[in-house]
Design a protein around this ligand. Structure first.
Ligand code: MG
Length: 157
């Protein structure tokens, strides 16, 4: 078994879509980034790559590469899952915490879990998505952060 952790933060700005775990979340602002800035999927990809000791997504999908401009992070996750399988691992479980003062994410959590389970080809019981605020003490309304922890299991022959 291998364990991995990922962490990411993006700034909230006007005139951008807000995409979290592949789900469009209606809000007056969205996350700034080179790709679609899906901060939760970025943390998750870093957790998977971390478990495999393969660096991070900045290394795999560089900002300098125009190919990744406004990229759908769920497609990038698909690439990371492909690497995980090539290395002989499958997802045991993933636990993601999204840190946002606003908007309220509760109505979208089940869809987010479903999106990620579909990407991994696993049951939703292996995917946890949680949301918390920082009681106004952390990022405030300036951005959204995410932590992810994964357990990968070696595919037994
Ligand atoms: Mg990021």
């Amino acid at each position: 078994m291998r364990i991995g952790h990922g962490y990411d933060v993006h700034r909230l700005v006007p005139d951008r879509r807000l995409v979290l775990c592949g789900e469009n979340v209606p809000y007056e602002r969205g996350l700034l980034g080179h790709s679609d800035a899906d901060v939760a999927v970025h943390a998750l990809m870093d957790a998977v790559l971390g478990a495999l000791a393969l660096g991070d997504i900045g290394h795999l999908f560089p900002d300098s590469d125009l190919k990744y401009k406004d990229a759908d992070s769920m497609l990038l996750l698909g690439e990371v899952i492909g690497i995980m399988r090539e290395k002989g691992f499958t997802l045991g479980n993933a636990d993601i915490t999204i840190i946002a003062e606003k908007p309220k994410l509760a109505p979208y959590i089940e869809k987010m879990r479903g999106n990620l389970a579909a990407a991994f080809g696993c049951g939703v019981g292996r995917i946890s998505v949680k949301a918390t605020t920082e009681e106004g003490l952390g990022l405030g309304g300036a951005g959204i952060g995410a932590n992810a922890v994964v357990l990968l299991e070696s595919i037994a022959e």
